[in-house]
Design a protein around this ligand. Sequence first.
Ligand SMILES: Nc1ncnc2c1ncn2[C@@H]1O[C@H](COP(=O)(O)OP(=O)(O)O)[C@@H](O)[C@H]1O
Ligand SMILES: [Mg+2]
Length: 289
Amino acid sequence: MLQLDRISKVYKVGVLGGKDLTAVRDVSFEVAPGEVVSLIGESGSGKTTIGKMVLRLTSVSGGTITLDGVDVSTVKGGALKGYYRKVQGVFQDPFSSYNPIFKVDRVFAMLREAYFPGVGGAEWRHKIGASLEAVRLDPHQVLGKYPHQLSGGQLQRLLIARALLLDIRLLVADEIISMLDASTRIDVLNLLADLKARGLGILFITHDLSLGNYVSEKTVILRRGAVVEMGATERVFGNPLHSYTRKLLASVPQLHRRWEPFEAEPEVPDGQALVQVEDDHLVAGGVRG
Ligand SMILES: Nc1ncnc2c1ncn2[C@@H]1O[C@H](COP(=O)(O)OP(=O)(O)O)[C@@H](O)[C@H]1O
Ligand SMILES: [Mg+2]
């Protein structure tokens, strides 16, 4: 469904854009329907930039992104509206997606104006009810409220409900769990599992390895804009082969294991080609000797 083929992103930075910053280099992976793919890396590794390129919020400097075979960068004007019917993003800070002076219903009203001008009042209310039910929100508890009257988790789920009204096929979820408290986290994670069961593809962006492990069947590990290891989540987590992946895993607090001093491994340099080491498991530079 979604395919990234050797995409890169170069930002112009510095005085008058005189310097280049390569935020993403040569990244390739796919997201299939009903599949959750985790994009994992430290802050600054290029995760959000990749999400923004998929969402057409920033241009692609090299390579191609295709959705069902159509080059996303060629989608313009009216067709872009069609693209956003299929692909939507939800971001880390749900409060920033709402205007504090309007009731939260406004996100639905704006959607109706843009995409469903012909839909009558009763049908529209029914549609909203169904999408709120899908994200396990009680309409009476959220509609008619201002953003500050709702929790981060409720606002996050409202945004997902809004995306569901469009019958989207791909959700880009950028650090959507990070800001939520522990109890809401589980709800939103379970919600993602529901969406997946409905056949949605999800690009799940996180800096938190344990979240990635929990929700996804495929994992892409990013370091300084490049993929260092990727494949089936159980292979990447069960048999991590790149020194960076091992380092990330070692820094996750493990309750069931005693703390062990982390053995220093020689750092694999950037720019190594991905090598297939087993079925559905690729590692930059291949297996270390
Ligand atoms: N609009 C921008 N202009 C210039 N540099 C940017 C811009 N957005 C991000 N960057 C830089 O690109 C790199 C990757 O950023 P980002 O994609 O936000 O990483 P992440 O989401 O993994 O934390 C960082 O070095 C960041 O400073
Ligand atoms: Mg980010």
